[in-house]
Design a protein around this ligand. Structure first.
Ligand SMILES: C[S@@+](CC[C@H](N)C(=O)[O-])C[C@H]1O[C@@H](n2cnc3c(N)ncnc32)[C@H](O)[C@@H]1O
Length: 208
């Protein structure tokens, strides 16, 4: 019952905030509390195929990031995936919910310690300088397009993935993502489907 309500709240929040980002402060506290509460069980709630579409998008991207950011990292699974895929990269997993970060730090494999780190941050206003990241991933995460564009380096890539496609509680349709990203100077859009999930990749204009 509580889970059902949580899923409905996540969908409602996503729809509202994508349309009107200025509403986010009204949703922030409840979103953070909700994810803090479920953090210890988050990994059990997810399907083993949760990142299939993210992997498919990364397979197709020609990138070798020096710095990568996984926004809304939760228990850090996508951050670990990035660190393994790009052995030269420094990877940051950022999340609003501190209990998620507690889990992510516990789950960090010894061989990735030092190269992956987890930081509390709000995607609406990130504590990183302009153009900090060559790759930003958002798995099942509410996007803040202006801030995403600000921290992505010219020529850098972003990947949005949704583990259960349109059934994902936090879901933004590809046409909406494309339009909002285009407004922020992104191009080269590509859609992917794998497992039950979908993904979209894009590149920020500029760069070499
Ligand atoms: C549905 S979970 C996805 C977690 C992880 N990416 C995954 O797929 O397993 C969404 C995550 O985004 C975080 N989140 C929501 N809004 C955020 C924001 N504005 N800034 C940073 N993290 C946020 C939540 O705390 C939660 O951990």
């Amino acid at each position: 019952m509580l889970e059902q309500l949580g899923r409905k709240f996540a969908r409602f929040t996503t729809n509202q905030v994508v349309r009107r980002p200025r509403l986010w402060p009204a949703f922030r506290w409840l979103t953070r509390s909700q994810f803090n509460r479920i953090a210890p069980r988050w990994d059990e709630m997810r399907s083993p195929e949760a990142f299939a579409s993210l992997e498919a998008a990364l397979d197709a991207l020609d990138v070798s990031p020096g710095r990568a950011l996984d926004l809304g990292t939760g228990t850090g699974r996508a951050a670990f995936l990035l660190a393994r895929r790009y052995p030269e990269a420094e990877v940051i997993g950022a999340d609003l919910a501190e209990e998620m970060l507690v889990e992510a730090r516990k789950l960090t494999p010894p061989e990735l310690e030092g190269r992956v780190r987890f930081e509390q941050a709000d995607a609406e206003r990130l504590p990183y300088p302009d153009g900090s990241f060559d790759l930003v991933t958002l798995a099942n995460m509410i996007p803040f397009f202006e801030e995403l564009a600000r921290v992505t380096a010219p020529g850098g890539a972003v990947v949005f993935s949704f583990s259960a496609g349109p059934e994902t509680p936090i879901y933004v349709p590809s046409d909406v993502l494309r339009a909002r990203l285009a407004d922020q100077g992104f191009a080269e859009f590509a859609d992917f489907a794998a497992g039950n999930g979908t993904a979209l990749s894009a590149r920020k204009r500029g760069g070499a």
